[in-house]
Design a protein around this ligand. Sequence first.
Ligand code: AMP
Length: 112
Amino acid sequence: MPSLFTKIIRREIPAKIVYETDRVIAFHDISPMAKVHILIVPKQETATINDFNESSASVMADCFLAAKQIAQDFGIAESGYRVVMNCNGDAGQTVFHVHLHLLGGEPLGGFA
Ligand code: AMP
């Protein structure tokens, strides 16, 4: 079964896409936890960090470059932002297609 995010990549379900390359897509989180909450997703589907190999992990470099670009585009590069990646249940991962959360646009409080 394709993941929810693969369905977004294939345009089978809608999303507010803000960035896309041949390897990465980014779109607004449907339930934002901050004024800016963007999900940055490698197009190659990998369920969790635990499933990375050298090839699939290498695309995360593209994701971080996307985070840098999106932060600039949204005007939060200097004010600050947080990048988060959840893995499995205790971290609250709900979509099993690895992704970065980019959060910002306001003070985010302590990390907990
Ligand atoms: P995680 O809990 O780290 O797996 O993050 C999954 C994120 O996907 C959550 O923040 C959800 O709000 C978000 N999400 C779920 N469905 C959609 C959707 N259709 N479009 C955009 N974001 C979504």
